[in-house]
Write a protein that binds this ligand. Structure first.
Ligand code: ATP
Ligand code: MG
Length: 178
């Protein structure tokens, strides 16, 4: 029998005021009805995508997260652009600059995963927030007021599929250093 697996990723969830600010900016700047919009309560920033992990290795992933608990300083990401990515057909918010503590944090996460025998992403990290999927053509885009996203904690998230699409559930959350 094949072992059950879980689809996992590390992510940042917005705090309530940040989510409100993002949704307000989208209402002002995005035309309605493009592609399949991300559900507002599922808006997240992926730090590292693991994909399918055998159930028996979940604890190692949790250990990788726990190893970084309270270790790296808090940071703030400023989203300042809406981009259309042609190949994945997504519309996303992006940040012109990756704050140094965020880049260091993703690197540390990748190291912890590598040390436990996982195969972390090799491409450079680029912060993005997916707003809509299945967007074939770029819609007319207004310029965006810079949107600050403060991060004080990070989470391990599981993605499951139901008829309306992917759903994300938080498995564990750890603090950044204060
Ligand atoms: P769906 O696949 O149903 O359209 P989704 O892409 O949001 O929805 P998942 O595929 O489970 O759901 O992905 C979870 C998160 O990981 C999302 O933020 C997604 O952008 C990201 N992700 C998915 N696949 C990869 C990948 N191969 N590399 C990097 N990030 C990925
Ligand atoms: Mg996907």
């Amino acid at each position: 029998m094949t072992e059950p697996s879980r689809r996992l990723f590390f992510a940042l969830w917005p705090d309530a005021p940040t989510l409100e600010a993002v949704l307000a900016a989208l209402r002002r700047n995005l035309p309605r009805g493009i592609g399949r919009a991300q559900r507002p309560d599922q808006l997240h920033l992926t730090l590292e995508f693991l994909g399918s992990v055998p159930e028996s290795r979940l604890q190692e992933v949790l250990d990788a997260g726990a190893a970084l608990s309270g270790r790296t300083p808090r940071f703030e990401i400023v989203f300042d652009k809406v981009e259309h990515w042609k190949r994945p057909e997504v519309l996303c918010l992006t940040a012109s600059a990756t704050p140094e503590p965020l880049a260091a944090f993703v690197q540390a996460l990748r190291s912890e995963l590598l040390a436990r025998g996982f195969e972390p992403e090799k491409r450079p990290f680029k912060a993005h927030l997916t707003l809509a999927r299945k967007v074939r053509r770029p819609p007319p885009l207004a310029t965006l007021q810079p949107l600050p996203w403060p991060a004080g904690e990070f989470s391990l998230v599981e993605s499951t599929t139901d008829p309306s699409g992917s759903r994300y559930g938080t498995l564990a959350t750890w603090p950044l250093a204060s």
